[in-house]
Design a protein around this ligand. Sequence first.
Ligand code: ZN
Length: 436
Amino acid sequence: MEDDKLLKEISDAVSSMPIFDTHEHLMSEEERRLQNLDVFYLFSHYVGSDLISSGMSEDDFNALFDKNIDMEKRWSIFSLHFENVRNTSYSQIVLESVKDLYGFNDINKDNYLELSQKLESTKKRNWYDYILTEKCNIRYMLDFIENMPGIIDQKPLDRKDCLAVKNFDDFISVCCMEDIARFEKKYNVNIYKFKDYLDMIDRICEDSRKAGYRALKIVLAYFRTISFEEVTFAEADKIFSGFFKLKDYGFFERVDFLSKDELKPLQDFLVHYIIQKAIENQWPVQIHTGLLNGNRGDVSNTNPCYLVNLFMKYKNCKFDIFHAGFPYSNELITITKQFTQVYFDLCWIQQVSFDLYRETLNTAMETIPANKIFAFGGDNFILECTYGSQKMVRKIITELLYEKVKKNYFSFDQAIRFAEKILYLNPKTVYDLNLS
Ligand SMILES: [Zn+2]
């Protein structure tokens, strides 16, 4: 028998809770105002991967964002393909967001122009305050925009609810003399040996700590396996020294570089080195595992089981492991159950699939200690989708907890406390620090 009163009480409580958002890629509001905010902007991020996956050509996809092509023509290209991806949760999040924020129950040929005008008009408002604070009740947000394609201004957002995330993948991926020259110029250093390179990294860590960065993010799963083996300084030094023997064919604008296999031990060494720096700075370490955004990624590189040696070695480091490890979620749940300092983060999963989020959270809820689950990270370039994401997460958590209370798994108070922990208190405790 349904208990509408209980459902409403849980829904009211969960809807009004503050959120600590562990993961976003939001550009500054000023930068957003420089974007072309028509209907296609809403489909430029995750739905884009599904469009390409469904068979849309890259040329057609890029045409959607070409202002020189008239809107009607772009809509006709888009609408053919939208039919194939409307079913995915990526698309459903866009539709949910548009329904609540712009008042359209669907996006179709009758309203796409009006929706585009409404999107454009948000530039005149303090849209970030309205969405993040008023509509989403996001009290803190870890925003990762360094080394992100398409984001021009990669400085931390100037918002008091926004905590900046540091990324060193650029330094870890060094592969040629041109990279070294670029770092020398950017950081005003001379690099003659590996020790100089490490000193530069030390200095950047120190500057970042002073600048208020709160976490380290490792996104290497996009480029290689996340198996980071033990490598001695001497081995890494030898590979690094090899850069100085590489040739530079200036006239043809070509450079020699080391291969991925040759570079792996150096990269492994640098990952360990940078994790040790994160520990010194008291930065929790966020690591991408599982599903890769975009197309043609190699998911077999991203199994969180590869990280166990790090969890064994760095007992004093807090590891925030992303994307529930999906499709290796059971592996990550098992690991999180065993390792005190590993946290299970469902960021992005609500957009991958609503039911996947529900099932994964349910398993995690019955398996992992309550203080180790982080329930929300929007993981969006597009602000509107963060609204849709938190709406769906609150709804799914409400429904799950309602079932749990009905089955006497939790009392009402225990259920509400659990929701407060996974939505806000757990990440706030881990990322601390003197936040109110
Ligand atoms: Zn992300």
